[in-house]
Structures are given as C-alpha cells and as structure tokens.
Design a protein around this ligand. Structure first.
Ligand code: DC
Length: 426
C-alpha cells in the first residue's frame, strides 16, 4: 500500500472513530508499524495545516490522535452547536484549572501558593467533574499527590495537549489575565499607568532591528530583539546535536535551559545558561535553526513568557513576528515593516558580508524565501500584520525617514494616552 493510500485510509479511520485512536490501534488497523502510524499522522496534520480550504486538523493527546476542527472556525461551530464550551465553571474553578494546566503536575500546596487561597475543595470538585486527576505522588515527606488536567478537559476545551499546542497557552494565559483583571476594579485598571509597549513586526530584512534600535535611542525606551531569543535557542539545539524541529528533544532541552536577557547597556545580550550567545546567532545556520525552533509551540511558550514578563515591568520596544498579534495584542503602538524581497535579501547579504560570510545573493534569497514561508505559514503565531498596526513599506525609504514616521505615530498616540509610564534609560 502506498503512503498516499495509507494517508487516505488513516483519514477515513479517524473520521469514523470520532474519539482519539491510539497509535497502536492505528498501526493494527492500517497494517503498518507504530512509527509509520505516527509519521502518517504527522503528515496528515501538516496537510491540514497547509490547506486553507480545510476546516480540519489533527488533535494529538498522549499516544493517540483524533480528527478535529480548526479552532479558527469555533465561531461557526458555536453558532451550530450553541455555546460548546459553556461549562459553567466558577471563576475559582477556571483559575485553578489554569494553574494546574500551566504547572502540571502540580501539588495542592503549589496551587494554593499561586492562588493565595486554599483550593482543596475546588480541586475535589474538578476531580469529580473529570477535569483533573491525580497522576502520582511527590517523593517528599507526606507524599503529596500530583495533579494534572484530564483528556476530558482537553476535549471540552478543544485543546490538544497542555504543553504542545497553542490554544492552551492562549487560553490559559487569557484565563489568568481575565481572572486577575476581573479582580481589579475598572477604575483601578483605567488609572494604573501601564508601561508603553511598541510592537514592531515584519519579515527578516525589513529593517526591524536597525529601526528599533534608532527608535529606542530617540525615545529613550529599551528594545528587545525577540528573534535573538529564538536564534540563541536554535544555536543551543545545534550545539547539542538536537534537530531544532524535534519537539520532544527541544522540550527536554528547554526544561534544562535558562535564558536571561540583559538590556542594561543598551546592546542586548541574550544569555543561555549564563553564556552570552550574541556572537553566534547571526549565521545562516542559526537563522535556519531559529526559524525551525520558533515554529514549535513549546519554544514559543518559553520565549513569549519571558517577553511578556520584561514588557510588564518597563516601557519596551519589541521587534519580532508576532508581537502585535500575540505577545502584546493590546500594545498601544504597533508597526508592521515590510520591503520588497530583493531589497530585504540585499540588506541581509550586507549584514553577512560584514561578518565575513561568503553567502551569495542567490543563497540569501533562497534561504529567505524558505524562512519567510515557514514563518508566515506556520499555524502558531505566524508573521502577520495586526489589524491595528501601521504598515510601512521600507523599500524606497531611508532609515531616517522610517524612524521619523514612526516617531510621529508614537507622539500622536501619546497625546491620546498620556498615562503610559515610560521607564526611560540613559
Ligand atoms: O528576526 P530574526 O530574523 O532574528 O528572527 C529569527 C527567527 O525567529 C525567524 O525565522 C522567525 C523567528 N521569530 C519568531 O518566530 N517570532 C519572533 N517574535 C521573532 C522571531
């Protein structure tokens, strides 16, 4: 049986199964070995991801997979089913679920430490409802139980896995944020000065980092190059001999990785496990590794958490791909920079030449095309202009002109929202 036929058979099988089917069962029904079944599922999943005309996707839950609908069509389905996710949970239950999903496996004491209140009865109710289960005990005195969310929870919330898939991150982050915000009075929120966040997104070579640096000097606001974070993690993976696309290997790498961003002397240092990776992250290999590793949900969760933490504390310019759409969707000032393919490639070539890299324009264009496609077609947080971002085509503009336009926009917005607290440096 050819691979194409096997994919068609797998699709038919998952369609009639409805519920998640284990890889072992799939292998038996299809007459292939388990590894082949896993690979067929991956291929089918990629096919759905790439096909904008398909409303389907594959949902994987620990050793099993099922056919599911893309979360982007939830509105249509909600209209069809009525409110599918109306679980009528209390705020406390939502928050406890979020804490468990985010920190799993978690003990009752850890949940209490995060929520600040005893949560035992909420946890018991969640266990009764089948949304949380005990998955083991901790090897410490008293052997406290370790809790995790259940498959039922994942199914009810239309999620695939607590760690692997994007909606969990979005949902959990939003749940916690919403909950916290509900607890603050509306007046408090309105009057609290919020650090100014300026989002600059766009493809590589659009001039983001140079422009972010100049804007930073002009406005006296620190700037965070988020691409450097993905680059540094990509380089660490390569050094360890790990494929930057291997989700499981990257997950285990990240569990033992500490990343620190030092913005203290205006030139960003991206430290991984205490070592500054800045000198190693601008090579073509690092670019490819960054593009691969940044497509993994586990990496995004890791980096976005750090980015949000830094942006909460001080005024910040962030440049990246998904800052205005995902990391700080509420950023008051957003830009999306772009430029023609050739100009972007020439800019990148100049950067590489300065480092003594022998790449040709053709090499750079080919590489860039591949990365652009990968970065903008991935399912999770692709390079995309936020609806409220100011679009600037930098192809025929000097850097100075671009920066001037941006400063104007910032100044105009500042007049509307003077309560931004800008932690200026220098
Ligand atoms: O901007 P850059 O070329 O340094 O980014 C390196 C890679 O990291 C790029 O391929 C896309 C990815 N990236 C991302 O996915 N999200 C960001 N916010 C920044 C970069």
């Amino acid at each position: 049986m050819s691979e194409v036929e096997n994919m068609a058979r797998l699709e038919a099988l998952l369609f009639v199964a409805g519920d998640p089917l284990s890889f072992d069962d799939m292998a038996t029904f299809l007459g292939v070995d388990r590894d082949e079944a896993v690979s067929l599922v991956e291929q089918l999943k990629r096919r759905y991801q790439r096909d904008p005309m398909s409303g389907l996707t594959i949902r994987q839950i620990e050793g099993a997979a099922s056919l599911a609908t893309k979360t982007s069509y939830a509105d249509t389905l909600e209209a069809f089913y009525g409110k599918v996710r109306d679980l009528k949970l209390t705020d406390a239950a939502y928050e406890t679920l979020a804490v468990i999903a985010y920190n799993a496996p978690a003990t009752r004491a850890e949940i209490e430490a995060v929520r600040g209140v005893n949560s035992d009865s909420v946890v018991s109710r969640l266990i009764e409802r089948g949304l949380v289960r005990e998955v083991g005990t901790l090897e410490t005195p008293g052997r406290p139980a370790l809790l995790d969310v259940t498959e039922q929870f994942l199914m009810d919330f239309g999620l695939s896995s607590t760690r692997e898939l994007p909606p969990v991150d979005l949902l959990m982050y939003d749940t916690i944020t919403e909950f916290t915000q509900e607890k603050q009075s509306a007046a408090e929120i309105a009057s609290a000065p919020r650090p100014l966040v300026i989002a600059i997104d766009g493809p590589s070579g659009s001039g983001k980092s140079t422009i972010a640096r100049l804007l930073s000097e002009h406005l006296g606001i620190l700037t965070l190059d988020t691409g450097a974070m993905y680059r540094a993690l990509g380089v660490k993976a390569l050094r360890l001999g790990i494929s930057p696309s291997d989700q499981e290997a990257v997950r285990s790498m990240l569990s033992e990785t500490t990343m620190d961003i030092d913005l203290s002397d205006r030139v960003q240092k991206t430290l991984v496990d205490g070592t500054d990776y800045t000198p190693y992250i601008r090579t073509p290999e690092a670019s490819r590794a960054a593009s691969d590793i940044s497509a993994l949900p586990v990496t995004r969760e890791y980096c976005v958490r750090i980015q949000r933490e830094i942006g909460k504390k001080q005024a910040l310019i962030l440049d990246g791909r998904d800052i205005g759409t995902y990391v700080f969707p509420d950023a008051p000032v957003k830009f999306f920079l772009t430029a023609s393919h050739e100009i972007r490639a020439k800019r990148r070539l100049l950067d590489l030449e300065r480092q003594g890299d022998p790449s040709t324009l053709e090499d750079v264009m080919r590489d860039m095309e591949f990365r652009d496609r990968q970065d903008s077609e991935r399912q999770l947080a692709p390079t995309r202009r936020a609806d409220d971002a100011v679009l600037i085509d930098t192809s025929d503009m000097s850097i100075r002109e671009v920066v001037d336009v941006m400063i104007d926009v910032v100044r105009q917005r500042e007049q509307v929202q003077p309560s931004w607290s800008q932690t200026r440096h220098g």
